[in-house]
Write a protein that binds this ligand. Structure first.
Ligand code: ACO
Length: 376
């Protein structure tokens, strides 16, 4: 074997029954269901349940799952204490990564690899991540922790805990749609990281901690916040088409990647973008921020004309989170809260049919040589 598959591009490494990405038809199925249909009809809790169990919950199963999730939303004092000990100018992804690690250290079942215990841990993280994300954004703003509200569903409670006010239905709905679209996407870099860590028989919390590290990078989840930095660099006023064109030309001259565009698997456009874009446009209209839509459309048009490269999910999701009022560095932690469902479904799947993931490399360093003076 002498061929290199750089970045494992185009290489299938295992089967999965969790989701199917079809770049030819621009479709994405979670356990067989088109993601657009799930986004149009389901609460995020049902989609999490689907990813873990393979079927949508009955009303009774959903009720039971919701009450478990709502009972686990609080944070232990030592998780809050560790978060409080971290600098407020570190990246929020560092806080989320550290908090997940502390939750793993607290959990007496960390080493229990039974499917039941793995699912309990997945639900525990799912329930606690909104508290972590909200707690961190609020402490940076000098605001008190908002106690979770067991009357609210997952999406509404996430916004409540972050902003300390009951969200409007349209806000909850746009947010819910984004969480569903972010939940799962087959063997992306962070999910693959989680599977590699699981393949060594390490624990679920370690696998999720590693996945958070992979998601942080701007070529992956970090792109949603980078989109807003691009928007702020270009500016929202004046002739935005000309400004987007000039900004792109300068970025190309510096060989920069334009964040929120392109995808390893989808080359004709990301299947999730139309659904998220609709939700973002609704937020733009509700908040009366037409300048954001003008810039959003101008940059996408100029990028398409210049390179034929289409937006990925991070492109419409970034502005949606901005409009909802999240601080820009908090965008990728929201992605963590959504994707923990997919990661943990993959961890469970990997464990059920494990093979150590250990590829080969072709050596291209110096030839064999000897330490001067060695005579053994
Ligand atoms: N900006 C500028 N050029 C790009 C971009 C981009 N965003 N994406 C691809 N290209 C160009 C490459 O420079 C390359 O050009 P070349 O052949 O002249 O060298 C060509 O398109 C092919 O690109 P690759 O980098 O080989 O594509 P790959 O599949 O490796 O990369 C990736 C995919 C990493 C997502 C890339 O498109 C990128 O860096 N995008 C920006 C980051 C981003 O938005 N990431 C989010 C991913 S989706 C998600 O996490 C929800």
């Amino acid at each position: 074997m002498s061929e290199i598959y750089k970045g494992l591009a185009g290489v299938p490494v295992d089967y999965t029954a969790i989701s199917k990405v079809n770049p030819e038809t621009n479709s994405l199925l979670y356990r067989g269901y088109p993601v657009q249909e799930l986004a149009a009809t389901q609460p995020f809790e049902s989609v999490a349940y689907l990813l873990w169990h393979g079927e949508l919950p009955t009303e009774e199963q959903l009720g039971e799952f919701e009450s478990t999730e709502r009972s686990l939303r609080g944070l232990d004092a030592n998780v809050k204490a560790v978060i409080d000990s971290l600098p407020t100018d570190c990246h929020p992804m560092d806080v989320v990564r550290t908090a997940v690690s502390v939750i793993g250290a607290n959990d007496p079942k960390t080493a229990d690899e039974s499917p039941e215990a793995e699912l309990e841990k997945a639900i525990n993280l799912f329930a606690k991540l909104p508290s972590i994300v909200a707690y961190d954004q609020r402490r940076r703003r000098g605001e008190e922790f908002v106690t979770p509200d067991p009357e609210l569903d997952y999406s509404a409670n996430f916004l409540w805990q972050t902003f300390g006010r009951k969200p409007d239905d349209f806000e909850v709905d746009a947010f819910r749609v984004s969480l569903i679209l972010y939940a799962e996407h087959s063997f992306n870099a962070s999910t693959f990281t989680a599977r590699v860590i699981t393949s060594t028989l390490s624990d679920l919390y370690s696998a999720v901690t590693g996945a958070i590290g992979a998601l942080k990078g701007p070529l992956h989840g970090g792109a949603n916040e980078a989109v807003l930095h691009e928007f702020e660099e270009i500016g929202y006023d004046g002739d935005v088409e000309q400004k987007a064109y000039d900004w792109l030309q300068a970025a190309f001259a510096e060989k920069k990647k334009i964040m929120g565009f392109g995808h390893r698997v989808y080359k004709k456009g990301d299947s999730r973008v139309p659904t998220m874009q609709k939700a973002t446009y609704e937020l733009i209209e509700r908040y009366d921020r037409p300048e954001i839509k003008r810039l959003y459309e101008a940059l996408a048009k100029e990028m398409d004309e210049a390179k034929g490269i289409k937006p990925n999910l991070d492109y419409p999701a970034g502005p949606a989170y901005y409009l909802l009022g999240f601080d820009i560095p908090t965008f990728t932690p929201i992605f963590v809260a959504a994707r923990v469902t997919g990661w943990t479904a993959h961890i469970i799947e990997q464990r059920a049919n494990n093979a150590l993931i250990r590829p080969l490399s072709l050596y291209n360093g110096v030839d064999e040589r000897h330490v001067p003076g060695f005579e053994g």
